[in-house]
Design a protein around this ligand. Structure first.
Ligand SMILES: Cc1ncc(COP(=O)(O)O)c(C=O)c1O
Length: 403
């Protein structure tokens, strides 16, 4: 019998890489060898015992029981779009509800916006390190990610001169992730203003990833669109992180910037029509999140600050590791001084195989393999974190001594 010919994969995915999940394949091998793995690679509060607020669960359950199980309008249920618009207005970015689209998480909003904005060969400015969905999606669309530096010696702020030097005729948009994954940075108002000015001057769209806005330890970060209602901004967010419901895939985007983005908004609506709607019952959770009791937020932010402090203190106490203190969310991006010739991936895979701790190597977020950055998710309880950092300290000493 002839062996069946393997079915070929379309070439568009050749450059689609998402390291946060890719490292899991290696972790599975480690598990098969009998060593349990602690997954510190993915930012899911639920996986670490945080619970979705009960009033969100009630809202979804009620919606399902009340029969809200059909398709919704493609852009989402009107009154829930109104609630999102009201939340933007309350945070200083007044937009009409018809400029809000409910999406399957922040991710789908990003995909919709990039898909309508870029042509093959167009350029989008993306920070390094970056949340890798942006570079992966741009690769799928045949567009170019042009990476701009964010500086660990300056609290991971974007390098504005570098950004300006990268803007050219093919530049369509700039991705701004504030607060930031993977660095935990919160940008200064001065920096945010300068970014808005750059976008205004050069006529490029700001793609504002604001999914961690309410998880800054000092105070919530207002939408960047609040700085200037005329700036061309598309803001993305969801209930995945702040409301601890990442599996529900419930998010939204908001389009600011007056009339300048009208054609873009229409195109996003057209594309959204094609995917019918985001998850219907979960839209009711967005309503509950934005209009209901949000006491859990203060508790969550307090828990995150405590974990960030343990993380910064312990990592900076390890010989050969330095870590910029995170100011939001639940990620840190420490740097390990690597022996000559070794890479961040050698370190992360070595740590995984030797200890079962799974982090993500910095090059998965765009940093140079030799720079030795890696990302850790610090959602575990403080005593467990202490044990994790003991393990990292012991491994790092061995790794660096071995060369
Ligand atoms: C910066 C950033 N944007 C978007 C997402 C995806 O979020 P969502 O679950 O809302 O699609 C994440 C998830 O980790 C993220 O860190």
């Amino acid at each position: 019998m002839r062996a069946p010919t393997p079915i070929a994969v379309g070439s568009r995915l050749r450059h689609f890489a998402y390291a946060i999940r890719n490292v899991v394949a290696e972790a599975k091998k480690v598990e098969e060898s009998g060593r349990p793995v602690t997954y510190l690679n993915i930012g899911d509060p639920v996986a670490f015992g945080f619970r979705t607020p009960p009033h969100l669960v009630d809202a979804v359950e009620r919606a399902m029981r009340d029969g809200a199980n059909g398709y919704t309008p493609a852009a989402g249920i009107w009154k829930i779009r109104e609630a999102v618009a009201a939340a933007y207005a309350a945070a200083g970015m007044p937009i009409a509800p018809d400029r809000v689209i409910l999406t399957s998480g922040t991710s789908e909003g990003i995909e919709l916006a990039l898909s309508v904005l870029v042509d093959t060969g167009d350029e989008v400015l993306v920070p390094v390190p970056t949340y890798p969905f942006y570079t992966a999606m741009l690769a799928k669309l045949g567009a170019r990610s042009v990476t701009y530096r964010t500086d660990p010696d300056n609290a991971w702020m974007p390098d504005l001169d570098h950004i300006e030097s990268l803007i050219g005729p093919a530049t369509r948009a700039i991705v701004i992730i504030d607060p930031n994954n993977p660095t935990g940075a919160v940008y200064s108002t001065e920096t945010r203003r300068a970014l808005v000015e750059l976008a205004e001057t050069h006529g490029i769209v700001i793609l504002a990833d604001e999914v961690y806005a309410d998880l800054a330890y000092d105070e919530p970060v207002p939408p960047i669109g609040a700085l200037d209602p005329d700036a061309p901004v598309i803001s993305f967010s969801s209930i995945s992180k702040t409301y601890q419901a990442p599996g529900w895939r419930a998010g939204w985007l908001g389009v600011s910037g007056g009339g300048r983005l009208d054609a873009v908004l229409s195109a996003i609506n057209e594309l959204a029509d094609g995917r019918l709607c985001s998850t219907g019952p979960m839209q009711f959770a967005i309503m509950a999140a934005l209009t209901g009791n949000d006491d859990h937020k203060a508790t969550f932010v307090h828990a995150l600050r405590e974990r960030a402090e343990v993380t910064t203190r312990r990592l900076n106490g390890i010989e050969g590791i330095s870590c910029v203190p995170p100011r939001a969310a639940f990620y840190a991006m420490p740097k390990v001084e690597l022996p000559p010739g070794r890479t961040d991936e050698d370190y992360v895979v070595g740590l995984l195989r030797a200890t079962g701790l799974l982090c993500v190597y910095g090059s998965g977020f765009g940093t140079a393999p030799g720079d030795g950055f890696f990302r850790i998710v610090f959602l575990a309880a403080p005593p467990e974190l202490e044990a994790i950092y003991d393990t990292i300290a012991a491994f790092t000493e061995r790794f660096r001594a071995r060369g």
